[in-house]
Design a protein around this ligand. Structure first.
Ligand code: PLP
Length: 400
């Protein structure tokens, strides 16, 4: 079968909720993928940071295969020998006290919303059914009906109402707007430390410190959605570490599953996560033995610090080279560590045209919005490979 055959098959039989580039991947290793025609590409997207450790990282695959040979699923009706170890190791890595394991990122966010509401009623004393959660405009937290209820992206919301009430939206990065939105009924403020889907938006310095101060002053939980920003992507375990701020609750996902399977978690203090009692929340696959074994191996990789360091070093190089393109093909470059959002200058190609041209040159990345590309190579990428990808970007944004 040819590339065109596979694409035709997808178009006929899979729902049209994505608009993929016309590349059909068959195999992958490290920072590279190979298509069905045998052409190899550099992966500059990393599955939206689910592949921070690259494709098929040997240590992660070994952990999964080892667990496949022992036990794969027990349900939470019984204990198993990976759960407690995973929960402890992840809590220790993130400086928290408890872990709620789930599967997808959206489930972790949903879980955090439920925990924050219950905490508001049972601990803070908010009148039943009135809790509010403050969120930011241009957020991305997932695709469930409750989560799209507080999205500001019309494409993600239209035709999916009625929407879940109890969310208040403020402008991202605006501490004053946050202060004005907090009331006695506020359970939590839910924010991404860096807004990935919005185009890798880094908030102004001091924003999170002020958010933390406001949350302390008003007895409000600060929830950091680190599903895309966390686990070494920005050069630290948690992107919020750059702000010198601790959240009460973090949601993690994507890279937590090592690019192998969906693994997500909510981590936080006992005071907060401890509000959940048996029967109030759960998931058949959440915290399954394979997920926990992979998650433990991911924590093990992060404990070495090697990936954080690679992100910082390669990220500095990436940002210095992309910075040279500002005014010379690019209008703006944002980001932290090995993660960048680049706005193509007016008159240049659209994001879609640029990602198509990059694919022709053997580099895979994806547009977000009309003129923005998101650059997030696996943290295992070599400097030479990174330079090759940046060379291609340089050519493409200068064309036309
Ligand atoms: C991807 C993402 C999610 C949703 O994760 P899924 O696994 O796709 O459900 C939530 N929050 C952020 C910040 C994300 O980047």
């Amino acid at each position: 079968m040819t590339t065109a055959d596979f694409i035709a098959l997808d178009e006929q039989w899979s729902t049209h909720n994505y608009h993929p580039l016309p590349v059909v991947i068959a195999t992958a290793e490290g920072a590279s993928v190979t298509d069905v025609e045998g052409k190899t590409y550099l992966d500059f997207l990393s599955g939206y940071s689910a592949l921070n450790f690259g494709h098929r990282h040997p240590g992660l695959i070994a952990a999964a295969v080892e667990q496949f040979g022992r036990v794969t699923l027990t349900s939470r009706a019984f204990h198993h020998d990976q759960l407690g170890l995973f929960c402890r190791e992840l809590a220790e890595l993130t400086g928290t006290e408890m872990t709620l394991p789930m599967n997808s990122g959206a489930e972790a966010v949903e879980s955090a919303v439920k925990i924050a509401r219950k905490w508001a009623y049972r601990v803070k004393g908010v009148p039943d059914g009135t809790a509010e959660i403050v969120v930011a405009g241009s957020n991305f937290h997932g695709r469930t009906t409750t989560i799209v209820s507080f999205s500001t992206d019309e494409t993600a919301r239209a035709d999916f109402g009625p929407f879940t009430p109890g969310f208040v939206t403020v402008k991202y990065g605006d501490a004053e707007a946050l202060r004005d939105a907090i009331t006695e009924r506020t359970a939590a403020v839910l924010l991404e430390p860096v807004q990935g889907e919005a185009g890798v938006i880094v908030p102004p310095a001091g924003y999170f410190a002020e958010a933390r101060r406001l949350c302390d002053e008003h007895n409000v939980l600060l929830i950091a959605d680190e599903i895309q920003s966390g686990l070494a992507r920005t050069g630290t375990v948690l992107a919020l570490d750059h702000e010198g701020v601790r959240a009460d609750v973090y949601t993690l996902g994507k890279a937590l599953g090592g690019g192998i399977m969906p693994v997500s978690a909510v981590v936080g203090s006992k005071d907060v996560l401890g509000v959940l009692r048996p029967g109030e929340h759960g998931s058949t696959f959440g915290g399954n033995p394979v997920a926990c074994a992979i998650g433990r191996a991911v924590v093990g990789l992060l404990k070495t610090g090697e990936f954080q360091e690679r992100s910082r070093e390669l990220g500095a190089h990436l940002h210095s080279r992309l910075g040279e393109l500002v005014g010379n093909g690019l209008a703006e470059v944002r980001g932290r560590g090995l993660w960048a959002g680049i706005d193509i200058a007016p008159g240049g190609p659209t994001g879609r045209e640029a990602s198509t041209a990059l694919a022709e040159r053997g580099v895979l990345c994806k547009e977000t919005h009309d003129h923005t590309l998101r650059i997030a190579p696996p943290l295992v990428i070599s400097r030479e490979e990174l330079d090759r990808g940046i060379d291609a970007i340089t050519e493409v944004v200068k064309t036309r």
